[in-house]
Design a protein around this ligand. Structure first.
Ligand SMILES: C[S@@+](CC[C@H](N)C(=O)[O-])C[C@H]1O[C@@H](n2cnc3c(N)ncnc32)[C@H](O)[C@@H]1O
Length: 271
């Protein structure tokens, strides 16, 4: 397999990465844990294009679900799909969950599928979310474990670096891993007004595309490639991208390109 473009195959992030496909296995775990009841009023934090919000709304037959996200393109898509699918007890807002003035005590359940790791001030953000929840309401969220437990991180970095190079954790202080330390998560949630924090180890594969070429596009959308090859000259970049394609192809299990991953299922009660 050859990488034929003249430079790195990197597209602008279009905020349209298919998280529903990537996270399908985790979605099942979140739904089980959330166990949305008919009368729930659900707040979905960092809802992206709204799959989890729609699912919550469908279960909350006598209630409703609100999805909030910073991304206008994602929320536009969430609104469009909800309308197409005829889910009427769902709504979406483009807003920062860290500081949005939610009506106090309005929600009976908070959920998030990997949408709570990006806050600049986690205690302030979870305090704001706690305020939005009714006392005794549950918060159920998924967050990545540490980067060195993620095959999707190590395999990509190793392929780009080459087989003889030791990959370093440099640059992996990425926000996606900000809730990776259970002690930190428990401390943040306690400081924000939550109690009964439970953190469960989950291990599920994540999906990047139907084949290696599509997986490469997905990695570009997620900006998982460009900063790792930016310092290489054109020849080195081309070789790195070829190694990446070969590695992605080796992870094609016949039903697409999958990587192992680890996440925390974090549940807590609004005190
Ligand atoms: C990894 S994506 C997950 C999206 C969605 N939960 C899903 O599973 O498809 C993280 C999302 O969190 C959103 N996000 C990050 N910080 C946020 C904030 N402070 N308030 C609202 N949304 C935020 C991003 O815009 C992005 O859509």
């Amino acid at each position: 397999m050859a990488y034929s473009a003249t430079g790195p195959r990197v597209r602008a992030v279009n905020e349209m990465f298919d998280y529903d496909a990537e996270l399908s296995r985790y979605n099942v775990r979140l739904r089980e844990a959330a166990a949305v009841r008919a009368d729930d009023r659900v707040l979905d934090i960092g809802c992206g294009s709204g799959q989890t919000t729609r699912q919550a709304a469908r279960s909350a037959t006598a209630g409703s679900a609100l999805g909030v996200d910073l991304s206008l393109p994602m929320v536009d898509r969430a609104r469009r799909v909800a309308e197409e699918k005829g889910v009427s007890n769902v709504s979406f807002e483009v807003t920062d969950a860290q500081e949005h003035p939610f009506p106090p005590g309005d929600f009976t359940l908070g959920i998030s599928r990997f949408g709570t790791m990006f806050f600049s001030d986690p205690v302030a953000a979870f305090t704001n979310i706690a305020r939005a929840l009714r006392p005794q309401a549950r918060l159920v969220q998924l967050a990545w474990q540490a980067h060195d437990r993620q095959e999707w991180v190590s395999a990509i970095r190793q392929a780009l670096a080459g087989p003889d190079k030791q990959i370093t954790p440099a640059g992996l202080g990425h926000a996606a891993f900000s809730l990776a330390d259970p002690a930190v998560v428990a401390g943040v949630l306690a400081a924000a007004g939550f109690t009964g924090v439970e953190i469960t180890d989950l291990r599920e594969p994540v999906y990047y595309g139907a084949d290696a070429a599509r997986a490469l596009d997905a990695l570009a959308e997620l900006r998982m490639v460009d900063d790792l090859i930016v310092d290489l000259d054109d020849n080195e970049q081309a070789r790195a991208m070829e190694r990446l394609l070969v590695m992605l192809d080796a992870h094609d299990a016949g039903d697409g390109v999958w990587f192992d991953s680890r996440a925390w299922l974090v549940t807590a009660i609004r005190a």
